[in-house]
Design a protein around this ligand. Structure first.
Ligand code: 48H
Length: 265
Protein backbone atom coordinates (compact mmCIF):
# COMPACT_ATOMS: atom_id res chain seq x y z
CA UNK A 1 0.00 0.00 0.00
CA UNK A 2 1.40 3.39 -0.93
CA UNK A 3 1.95 5.82 1.91
CA UNK A 4 -0.38 8.80 1.78
CA UNK A 5 1.45 12.05 2.30
CA UNK A 6 0.12 13.84 5.39
CA UNK A 7 0.47 17.59 5.62
CA UNK A 8 0.82 18.34 9.35
CA UNK A 9 -0.02 21.99 8.87
CA UNK A 10 -3.24 21.03 7.12
CA UNK A 11 -4.24 18.81 10.06
CA UNK A 12 -3.67 21.75 12.40
CA UNK A 13 -5.63 24.04 10.13
CA UNK A 14 -8.56 21.60 9.92
CA UNK A 15 -8.78 21.21 13.69
CA UNK A 16 -8.63 24.91 14.48
CA UNK A 17 -10.84 26.12 11.64
CA UNK A 18 -13.49 23.42 12.08
CA UNK A 19 -13.60 24.00 15.84
CA UNK A 20 -13.98 27.74 15.33
CA UNK A 21 -16.69 27.26 12.71
CA UNK A 22 -18.71 24.87 14.89
CA UNK A 23 -18.24 26.80 18.13
CA UNK A 24 -19.11 30.15 16.57
CA UNK A 25 -22.32 28.68 15.18
CA UNK A 26 -23.48 28.25 18.80
CA UNK A 27 -22.71 31.49 20.61
CA UNK A 28 -26.41 32.46 20.88
CA UNK A 29 -28.18 29.36 22.14
CA UNK A 30 -31.72 28.54 23.11
CA UNK A 31 -30.42 26.39 25.97
CA UNK A 32 -26.99 25.98 27.52
CA UNK A 33 -26.78 22.75 29.50
CA UNK A 34 -24.06 22.65 32.14
CA UNK A 35 -22.83 19.12 32.81
CA UNK A 36 -22.91 16.02 30.60
CA UNK A 37 -24.18 13.48 33.14
CA UNK A 38 -27.38 11.48 32.53
CA UNK A 39 -29.67 14.41 33.37
CA UNK A 40 -27.87 16.96 31.18
CA UNK A 41 -27.42 14.66 28.20
CA UNK A 42 -31.07 13.59 28.29
CA UNK A 43 -32.31 17.18 28.50
CA UNK A 44 -30.02 18.20 25.63
CA UNK A 45 -31.10 15.28 23.43
CA UNK A 46 -34.81 15.96 23.88
CA UNK A 47 -34.48 19.72 23.35
CA UNK A 48 -32.33 19.27 20.24
CA UNK A 49 -34.78 16.69 18.87
CA UNK A 50 -37.49 19.32 19.41
CA UNK A 51 -35.57 21.73 17.16
CA UNK A 52 -33.87 23.89 19.77
CA UNK A 53 -30.31 25.18 19.54
CA UNK A 54 -28.61 23.40 22.44
CA UNK A 55 -25.05 22.99 23.65
CA UNK A 56 -23.74 21.01 26.61
CA UNK A 57 -20.63 22.27 28.39
CA UNK A 58 -18.72 19.63 30.30
CA UNK A 59 -15.66 20.38 32.41
CA UNK A 60 -14.14 16.90 32.00
CA UNK A 61 -12.69 15.48 28.81
CA UNK A 62 -15.33 12.76 28.96
CA UNK A 63 -19.11 12.76 29.02
CA UNK A 64 -21.35 10.61 31.23
CA UNK A 65 -20.82 12.16 34.66
CA UNK A 66 -21.37 9.57 37.38
CA UNK A 67 -22.70 6.86 35.06
CA UNK A 68 -19.36 5.24 34.16
CA UNK A 69 -18.73 3.93 37.64
CA UNK A 70 -22.20 2.40 38.10
CA UNK A 71 -22.11 1.80 41.85
CA UNK A 72 -18.76 1.84 43.64
CA UNK A 73 -16.97 1.24 40.32
CA UNK A 74 -19.06 -1.82 39.39
CA UNK A 75 -19.96 -0.71 35.85
CA UNK A 76 -23.66 -1.51 35.81
CA UNK A 77 -26.46 1.04 35.90
CA UNK A 78 -29.73 0.23 37.69
CA UNK A 79 -32.85 1.94 36.38
CA UNK A 80 -36.45 1.68 37.53
CA UNK A 81 -39.32 0.81 35.22
CA UNK A 82 -40.58 4.41 34.99
CA UNK A 83 -37.43 5.53 33.19
CA UNK A 84 -36.91 2.51 30.96
CA UNK A 85 -38.44 4.05 27.84
CA UNK A 86 -36.07 7.05 27.98
CA UNK A 87 -33.06 4.75 28.00
CA UNK A 88 -34.38 2.18 25.57
CA UNK A 89 -35.22 4.82 22.96
CA UNK A 90 -31.50 5.54 22.53
CA UNK A 91 -30.81 1.84 21.94
CA UNK A 92 -29.45 0.77 25.32
CA UNK A 93 -30.25 -2.87 26.06
CA UNK A 94 -31.76 -3.19 29.50
CA UNK A 95 -32.07 -6.50 31.27
CA UNK A 96 -35.18 -6.87 33.45
CA UNK A 97 -34.18 -7.96 36.94
CA UNK A 98 -37.60 -8.30 38.56
CA UNK A 99 -39.47 -6.00 40.97
CA UNK A 100 -39.40 -3.18 38.38
CA UNK A 101 -35.60 -2.94 38.23
CA UNK A 102 -33.62 -3.01 34.99
CA UNK A 103 -29.85 -3.19 34.55
CA UNK A 104 -27.64 -1.74 31.79
CA UNK A 105 -23.93 -1.79 31.02
CA UNK A 106 -22.69 1.64 32.09
CA UNK A 107 -20.29 2.00 29.14
CA UNK A 108 -23.07 1.21 26.69
CA UNK A 109 -25.37 3.59 28.52
CA UNK A 110 -22.94 6.53 28.38
CA UNK A 111 -21.95 5.86 24.76
CA UNK A 112 -25.49 5.51 23.43
CA UNK A 113 -26.97 8.41 25.43
CA UNK A 114 -24.21 10.72 24.22
CA UNK A 115 -24.39 9.49 20.62
CA UNK A 116 -28.16 10.01 20.57
CA UNK A 117 -27.80 13.57 21.87
CA UNK A 118 -25.25 14.38 19.17
CA UNK A 119 -27.40 12.71 16.49
CA UNK A 120 -30.36 14.79 17.65
CA UNK A 121 -28.31 17.94 16.99
CA UNK A 122 -26.96 18.88 20.44
CA UNK A 123 -23.38 20.09 20.49
CA UNK A 124 -21.37 18.64 23.36
CA UNK A 125 -18.22 20.52 24.28
CA UNK A 126 -15.88 18.63 26.58
CA UNK A 127 -13.03 20.18 28.53
CA UNK A 128 -15.06 23.39 28.99
CA UNK A 129 -16.09 24.50 32.47
CA UNK A 130 -18.81 27.00 33.26
CA UNK A 131 -17.19 29.33 35.77
CA UNK A 132 -19.85 32.04 35.90
CA UNK A 133 -23.16 33.14 34.42
CA UNK A 134 -24.14 36.19 32.41
CA UNK A 135 -27.03 38.31 33.75
CA UNK A 136 -29.25 41.06 32.39
CA UNK A 137 -30.41 44.28 34.07
CA UNK A 138 -32.98 42.35 36.14
CA UNK A 139 -30.30 39.84 37.29
CA UNK A 140 -31.96 37.19 35.10
CA UNK A 141 -29.44 34.65 33.78
CA UNK A 142 -28.80 35.10 30.06
CA UNK A 143 -25.87 32.84 29.33
CA UNK A 144 -22.79 31.07 30.61
CA UNK A 145 -19.18 32.11 31.09
CA UNK A 146 -16.66 29.51 29.95
CA UNK A 147 -13.10 28.59 30.50
CA UNK A 148 -11.13 25.49 29.60
CA UNK A 149 -11.35 22.79 32.26
CA UNK A 150 -7.55 22.57 32.13
CA UNK A 151 -7.20 26.29 32.83
CA UNK A 152 -9.52 25.89 35.81
CA UNK A 153 -7.48 22.95 37.16
CA UNK A 154 -4.18 24.78 36.70
CA UNK A 155 -5.69 27.83 38.43
CA UNK A 156 -4.28 30.06 35.73
CA UNK A 157 -5.52 33.61 35.42
CA UNK A 158 -7.10 33.44 31.98
CA UNK A 159 -10.11 35.60 31.18
CA UNK A 160 -13.14 33.59 30.05
CA UNK A 161 -15.41 33.70 26.99
CA UNK A 162 -19.19 33.97 27.16
CA UNK A 163 -22.03 32.32 25.27
CA UNK A 164 -25.56 33.73 25.31
CA UNK A 165 -28.47 31.42 26.12
CA UNK A 166 -32.18 32.05 26.57
CA UNK A 167 -32.14 29.42 29.32
CA UNK A 168 -29.48 27.58 31.31
CA UNK A 169 -29.91 24.08 32.74
CA UNK A 170 -27.84 23.37 35.85
CA UNK A 171 -27.11 19.63 35.51
CA UNK A 172 -23.86 19.72 37.45
CA UNK A 173 -24.72 16.94 39.90
CA UNK A 174 -24.08 16.97 43.64
CA UNK A 175 -22.40 20.38 43.59
CA UNK A 176 -25.17 22.30 41.75
CA UNK A 177 -22.43 24.65 40.68
CA UNK A 178 -24.45 27.12 38.62
CA UNK A 179 -26.76 27.85 41.54
CA UNK A 180 -23.87 28.11 43.97
CA UNK A 181 -22.19 30.57 41.62
CA UNK A 182 -25.36 32.67 41.53
CA UNK A 183 -25.53 32.63 45.34
CA UNK A 184 -21.89 33.66 45.62
CA UNK A 185 -22.09 36.41 43.01
CA UNK A 186 -25.56 37.74 43.83
CA UNK A 187 -25.78 37.57 47.64
CA UNK A 188 -29.35 38.87 47.66
CA UNK A 189 -30.53 36.20 45.16
CA UNK A 190 -33.53 34.18 46.35
CA UNK A 191 -33.80 30.69 44.85
CA UNK A 192 -37.01 28.69 44.62
CA UNK A 193 -35.89 26.29 47.37
CA UNK A 194 -37.21 25.82 50.93
CA UNK A 195 -34.72 28.36 52.33
CA UNK A 196 -34.22 30.57 49.29
CA UNK A 197 -30.63 29.32 49.16
CA UNK A 198 -28.90 26.07 48.16
CA UNK A 199 -29.83 23.79 51.06
CA UNK A 200 -27.44 20.90 50.33
CA UNK A 201 -28.30 17.23 49.92
CA UNK A 202 -29.42 15.07 52.83
CA UNK A 203 -28.22 11.53 53.61
CA UNK A 204 -29.42 8.64 51.51
CA UNK A 205 -33.05 7.68 51.18
CA UNK A 206 -33.59 6.37 47.66
CA UNK A 207 -37.39 6.23 47.82
CA UNK A 208 -37.72 9.86 48.89
CA UNK A 209 -34.89 11.05 46.65
CA UNK A 210 -36.23 9.43 43.51
CA UNK A 211 -39.82 10.15 44.44
CA UNK A 212 -39.32 13.91 44.61
CA UNK A 213 -36.73 14.58 41.94
CA UNK A 214 -39.13 15.27 39.05
CA UNK A 215 -41.14 17.73 41.17
CA UNK A 216 -37.88 19.41 42.23
CA UNK A 217 -36.87 19.86 38.57
CA UNK A 218 -37.88 23.47 37.98
CA UNK A 219 -36.76 27.00 37.26
CA UNK A 220 -35.19 27.83 40.62
CA UNK A 221 -33.78 31.16 39.56
CA UNK A 222 -34.87 33.34 36.60
CA UNK A 223 -33.28 31.76 33.54
CA UNK A 224 -31.97 28.65 35.34
CA UNK A 225 -33.68 25.25 35.42
CA UNK A 226 -32.13 22.69 37.73
CA UNK A 227 -31.94 19.02 36.67
CA UNK A 228 -30.65 15.72 38.04
CA UNK A 229 -28.85 15.33 41.36
CA UNK A 230 -28.50 19.11 41.52
CA UNK A 231 -32.28 19.31 42.17
CA UNK A 232 -31.97 17.36 45.41
CA UNK A 233 -28.84 19.19 46.48
CA UNK A 234 -30.50 22.56 45.88
CA UNK A 235 -33.69 21.67 47.74
CA UNK A 236 -32.20 19.75 50.68
CA UNK A 237 -33.63 16.41 49.53
CA UNK A 238 -31.84 13.09 50.20
CA UNK A 239 -29.35 11.42 47.86
CA UNK A 240 -30.47 8.20 46.20
CA UNK A 241 -27.29 6.16 45.83
CA UNK A 242 -26.59 4.14 42.70
CA UNK A 243 -29.97 4.23 41.00
CA UNK A 244 -30.30 6.35 37.88
CA UNK A 245 -33.93 6.41 36.75
CA UNK A 246 -34.58 9.76 38.41
CA UNK A 247 -31.68 11.36 36.51
CA UNK A 248 -33.22 10.48 33.14
CA UNK A 249 -36.72 11.49 34.23
CA UNK A 250 -35.44 14.78 35.61
CA UNK A 251 -33.58 15.46 32.35
CA UNK A 252 -36.82 14.83 30.48
CA UNK A 253 -38.75 17.17 32.79
CA UNK A 254 -36.11 19.89 32.42
CA UNK A 255 -36.43 19.63 28.63
CA UNK A 256 -40.24 19.92 28.85
CA UNK A 257 -40.04 22.98 31.10
CA UNK A 258 -37.44 24.63 28.90
CA UNK A 259 -39.48 23.99 25.74
CA UNK A 260 -42.62 25.43 27.40
CA UNK A 261 -40.75 28.50 28.58
CA UNK A 262 -39.12 29.10 25.20
CA UNK A 263 -42.41 28.76 23.36
CA UNK A 264 -44.01 31.31 25.71
CA UNK A 265 -41.35 34.02 25.19
C1 48H B 1 -19.01 22.16 33.36
C2 48H B 1 -19.52 20.72 35.09
C3 48H B 1 -19.45 21.78 36.01
C4 48H B 1 -19.13 23.07 35.52
C5 48H B 1 -19.93 20.00 37.11
O1 48H B 1 -22.78 14.10 38.42
P1 48H B 1 -23.50 13.91 37.15
O2 48H B 1 -23.60 12.53 36.61
O3 48H B 1 -24.95 14.59 37.33
P2 48H B 1 -26.44 14.02 37.10
O4 48H B 1 -27.31 14.84 37.94
O5 48H B 1 -26.75 13.94 35.66
O6 48H B 1 -26.40 12.53 37.66
C6 48H B 1 -26.07 12.29 38.98
C7 48H B 1 -25.54 10.86 39.13
O7 48H B 1 -24.41 10.67 38.31
C8 48H B 1 -25.15 10.68 40.56
O8 48H B 1 -24.12 11.19 40.96
C9 48H B 1 -26.02 9.99 41.48
C10 48H B 1 -27.26 9.33 41.01
N1 48H B 1 -25.69 10.01 42.74
C11 48H B 1 -26.45 9.52 43.81
C12 48H B 1 -25.64 9.48 45.10
O9 48H B 1 -26.29 9.25 46.15
O10 48H B 1 -24.42 9.66 45.09
O11 48H B 1 -22.86 14.81 36.02
C13 48H B 1 -22.58 16.15 36.25
C14 48H B 1 -21.54 16.60 35.26
C15 48H B 1 -20.16 15.99 35.53
O12 48H B 1 -19.69 15.37 34.36
C16 48H B 1 -19.29 17.20 35.91
O13 48H B 1 -17.96 17.11 35.45
C17 48H B 1 -20.04 18.32 35.21
O14 48H B 1 -21.40 18.00 35.37
N2 48H B 1 -19.82 19.65 35.81
N3 48H B 1 -19.30 20.90 33.79
N4 48H B 1 -18.91 23.22 34.19
N5 48H B 1 -19.04 24.13 36.33
N6 48H B 1 -19.71 21.30 37.25
Amino acid sequence: MSVREIDEAQVTSLIVSRFAEDFLAGTCLDVAVVGAGPAGITAARLLAADGHEVAVFERNLHVGGGMWGGGMLFPRVVIQEEAVALVQEVGVSLKPAGDGYYVADSVECVAKCAAAAVDAGARIWVGMAVEDVMIDEQDCVRGVVLNWGAVERAQLHVDPLAVKARLVIDATGHECEVLRTIERKIPEARLDTPTGRVVGERPMNATQAEGHIVALTKEVYPGVIVAGMACNAAAGAPRMGAIFGGMFLSGERAAQLAAEKLSGE
